[in-house]
Ligand binder design. Structure first.
Ligand code: ADP
Ligand code: MG
Length: 392
């Protein structure tokens, strides 16, 4: 896949509408993690350095098409100003009078951030009218919001029909790293999947079976498979509706000679605050729940990871937010970091876990997209990317 990049594009004196993914965690008005803002800086600096002015578009949370001050981008404007070391103008609407006036007044090198694009009901509907209004704020369109690329929304898809459209540097880096996973990866290729969103992710495993050599499962994902094998899982997080899917996945893995690895032991407790104990994965007592993979599982997973040449990891192995249940995820992080394999990690919590471990710089690529990275490696077409593809 080849994208229309910014190489050689003359942006001097132009107003560029840049779709960024500033959907960062905010608590009581304080940004908890600014990774996604930082990830957009190379594109923004490059455009500003070449004499453009910028109209930035982002969503934050799910305000569902209504103005909700709780989801204002105001804290983001402040943080971005600090990072770029320049004042950032914040419009108090998306495509209203304020946004239009402030966009029109921009001089070269200046930056305007529009209010949360999801305050507009047309955004998630990919409304052509909203797309035209957004497009009218600039001369060019750049999409750097990989994390939103799996959505066909007005600011990620429809807008590209109304302006010359290009991929930003982050978008290019994401597509290049994830593309390396889907075209001729070095083998053995290992998928590591965990986390809590079983229903969202179980379909991924099925599709991935045709591409990988090993799938290892941990976290909440593993519990549903243990249940499907008829094991006692106590009070563990499971999605009973997906037992049938889990059985099908295990059968297909078997037919395709893909090694599907489940935990053999787990760290369990009676509730997250209870005393933790290591128990065999086939005998989790009633009232107890598995909150992490156990040391034997971590060691056997680590051995397989050591021999891998390509690794994709989405979803922590346990409730890593709590020290009592973080060891499995940490052990896997260490194994991936030491493997020397081409490694890609995606998913909001998975990325926090690897940042927490201090091993992030040993990972080949840390994706800013959770859902988007999963859809990409499933081989699906992402609407926010296909509109940026160079026609050959
Ligand atoms: P990501 O954000 O990387 O896509 P998910 O959102 O699917 O990952 O899952 C992350 C969450 O899963 C974490 O908050 C973690 O505490 C939780 N989790 C992991 N293992 C378990 C488990 N065994 N039981 C309950 N929750 C778990
Ligand atoms: Mg998550």
């Amino acid at each position: 896949m080849s994208l229309r990049t910014l190489d050689g594009v003359d942006v001097s004196g132009k107003r560029v509408v840049v779709r960024v993914d500033f959907n960062v965690p905010i608590q009581d008005g304080v940004i908890q993690d600014d990774t996604r803002i930082r990830a957009a800086l190379p594109t923004l600096r490059r455009l500003l350095g070449r004499g453009a002015s910028l109209v930035l578009v982002s969503h934050l949370g799910r305000p569902k098409g209504k103005v909700d001050p709780k989801y204002s981008l105001a804290p983001i404007a402040v943080r971005l100003g600090e990072l770029l070391d320049a004042p950032i103008e914040l419009a108090n609407d998306v495509v209203g009078n304020d946004a239009r006036a402030k966009a029109a007044a921009l001089a070269a090198g200046e930056v305007l951030l529009l209010e949360n694009v999801r305050f507009e009901p047309g955004e998630e509907k990919n409304d052509p009218e909203l797309a035209v209004q957004l497009a009218s704020l600039g001369d060019l369109y750049v999409n750097d919001a990989f994390g939103a690329a799996h959505r066909a929304h007005a600011s990620t898809a429809a807008i590209a029909s109304h302006l010359p459209a290009y991929a930003g540097d982050l978008m290019v880096a994401e597509v290049s790293a994830l593309g390396a996973l889907t075209s001729n990866p070095d083998r053995p290729f290992v998928d590591i999947l965990g986390g809590a969103k079983v229903s969202d992710k179980i379909g991924v495993i099925e599709i991935r079976l045709s591409r990988v050599d090993v799938v290892m499962l941990g976290g909440g994902m593993a519990n549903t498979f243990l249940l499907a094998q008829g094991k006692a899982v106590g009070d563990s997080l499971v999605e009973a509706d997906f037992v049938e899917t889990a059985n099908r996945v295990m059968q297909q893995a078997n037919e395709r000679s893909v090694e599907l690895l489940l935990p053999i032991d787990v760290i369990a407790a009676q509730g997250m605050d209870g005393q933790a104990a290591t128990v065999d994965a086939d005998g989790i007592p009633d009232d107890w729940a598995a909150f992490d993979i156990g040391p034997k599982s971590a060691a056997s997973f680590a051995k397989v990871i050591a021999g891998a040449k390509t690794i994709f990891w989405n979803g922590p192995m346990g409730v890593f937010e709590r020290p009592a249940f973080a060891n499995g995820t940490l052990a896997i992080a260490r194994a991936v970091a030491a493997s020397g394999a081409f490694s890609v990690i995606g998913g909001g919590d998975s990325v926090s876990a690897i940042e927490q471990s201090g091993l992030a710089d040993k990972i080949s690529h840390i994706s800013t997209g959770g859902g988007a990275s999963l859809e990409f490696i499933e081989g699906r077409e992402l609407p926010g990317i296909s509109v940026l593809e160079a026609k050959s």
